[in-house]
Ligand binder design. Structure first.
Ligand code: SF4
Length: 220
């Protein structure tokens, strides 16, 4: 597959949140902003300054780092990648010693009740591992509301979940299929709720099911 045809890494957070939301954005190219996505973009704008690099003691900080994984067939940009001086790890041209690679993803708001942020961070780490030929054991999620960062262990279970989600994204993408809406509590936080109309779609499906049952009875 041509790398130009790879799926966007950032889509994994949409897919983990709601497969229909992902399909509406990445297959049907629909996008609608709400206060949550706007807050997120503002935070990313602060992190995505390609001319801003920093060195804090034994930590080097790079921003807006391009990412690709040919294994997963995804591409994207990391908000921040830190390089921590250590006994082992990668070699950085012009710098002495070894450095471990640590991705940091910035999020507006607070920690989510699901794993969408964790899978996005893990997907970034998998890209960085492939690019630097190294192993990354942990990363950080920084939440704007609490102004804290949380360490995330990039264990095998999380990596499997990332691989399953990306495989699922490709299944839908290749089929060009958008799943039907299912009204759930998280819909109230969805930027596409007005376009998706999950309440109407769910009601419509109930009516369709009822009619199908009636027709089935008549035929019996
Ligand atoms: S409104 Fe609900 S069903 Fe529709 S895209 Fe959003 S989360 Fe998914």
């Amino acid at each position: 597959m041509d790398p130009d045809d790879y799926l966007m890494l950032s889509g994994i957070q949409h897919f983990a949140f709601c497969r229909r939301q992902w399909a509406l954005i990445h297959i049907e190219q629909v996008w609608k902003e709400n206060v949550l996505t706007f807050g997120g973009r503002q935070m990313h704008r602060n992190a995505d300054d390609p001319f801003f690099t920093e060195s804090r003691g034994d930590v080097l900080i790079s921003r807006s780092v391009p990412l690709v994984s040919h294994a997963l067939k995804i591409y994207g940009v990391a908000d921040v990648v830190e390089y921590h001086r250590s006994d082992s790890g990668i070699v950085i041209p012009g710098r002495e010693g070894h450095w471990t690679v640590v991705p940091v993803e910035y999020k507006a708001g607070k920690r989510k009740p699901d794993d969408r942020d964790e899978v996005q961070l893990c997907a970034q780490a998998i890209c960085l591992e492939e690019m630097y030929r190294t192993r990354i054991e942990y990363g950080y999620l920084y939440y704007g509301k609490t102004r804290r960062r949380t360490e995330v262990a990039l264990d095998d279970e999380l990596r499997r979940r990332v691989a399953e989600l990306v495989a699922g994204m490709y299944v839908l993408y290749d089929a060009g299929t958008t799943p039907p809406a299912v009204l759930l509590p998280h819909c109230k936080n969805c930027s596409l709720v007005e376009l998706c109309m999950p309440a109407v779609s769910s009601r419509r499906r109930s009516v369709d099911r009822y009619l199908a049952t009636c027709i089935g009875r008549d035929d019996a």
